[in-house]
Design a protein around this ligand. Structure first.
Ligand code: DX5
Ligand code: ZN
Length: 226
């Protein structure tokens, strides 16, 4: 398994403290910034648009981890000025021609990832593992922060790690998103997750952000050793 990486969920970040928050993330060597893009159609919420992504790139060099919860993403990728090295997760439920969509992201020098809603089976990936660099497993139904993890998602994470080993991709990263709390994060890590979307129940929990980051990192690292 890869070293655990944190991707703070920027929809949970208070705008008024963004500059100092980004400085803290840089000081704490945060690996990427999770940007939940929502169009109000694929999910019942509107959140973080194209301007937000462009502004954030001017404020920090931490790579973006775009989570596109939008319809027809293949027709909208150009809106986001995607940069080489960024991660771009597309919901398998939102794009009809998935290989084409993933190839478009790779052509931009970015890393395509397949995002799966909780009820979506892993078998949807049977014929497109070659085209992706990661899998984003939703552990809540997407759209809102502050929800509770669906308990069966822990088994889905371990099923996914087993699925990747069986299909010859043992090192492909699994990202988890939704109520990734200090406690749930440890269980998700033990089940095989590598990238943790850290929101209201971890990095943005009450307390100093740097303390939350250090607490979460040490919990995830010790879980790795089990
Ligand atoms: C769901 C969102 C949330 C958010 C994190 O669509 O993607 O998962 O990033 O919020 P919490 O950690 O509160 O679930
Ligand atoms: Zn997300």
């Amino acid at each position: 398994m890869q070293t655990p990486m944190l991707s703070p969920s920027m929809m949970c970040a208070p705008l008024e403290s963004l500059p100092q928050l980004l400085q803290t993330f840089s000081d704490e060597k945060i690996e990427m910034l999770h940007i939940d893009v929502m169009d109000g159609v694929f999910v019942d919420n509107l959140c973080l648009g194209t301007d937000y992504c462009r502004s954030l790139r001017r404020l920090t060099s931490i790579p973006l981890d775009l989570h596109l919860m939008i319809t027809e993403p293949e027709h909208k990728l150009a809106w986001f000025d995607i940069q080489p090295g960024e991660f771009v997760s597309v919901h398998v439920e939102s794009s009809v021609h998935l290989q084409r969509t993933f190839a478009m992201i790779r052509a931009l020098g970015a890393h395509p990832a397949a995002a799966l809603n909780p009820a979506t089976p892993l078998s949807v990936l049977d014929y497109c593992l070659d085209e992706i660099d990661g899998i984003l497993l939703m552990t809540v139904n997407p759209g809102f922060a502050g929800q509770k993890m669906i308990p069966s998602m822990i088994d889905k994470i371990s099923d996914c790690r087993r699925y990747l080993v069986q299909h010859g991709y043992p090192e492909m990263p699994i990202e988890v998103d939704g109520n990734v709390s200090f406690e749930n994060g440890v269980r998700m890590r033990e089940a095989g997750a590598d990238i943790f979307v850290a929101g209201t129940s971890s990095v943005f929990a009450p307390g100093r952000t740097e303390d939350n980051i250090r607490r979460f990192r040490s919990a995830l690292y010790s879980a790795s050793r089990r």
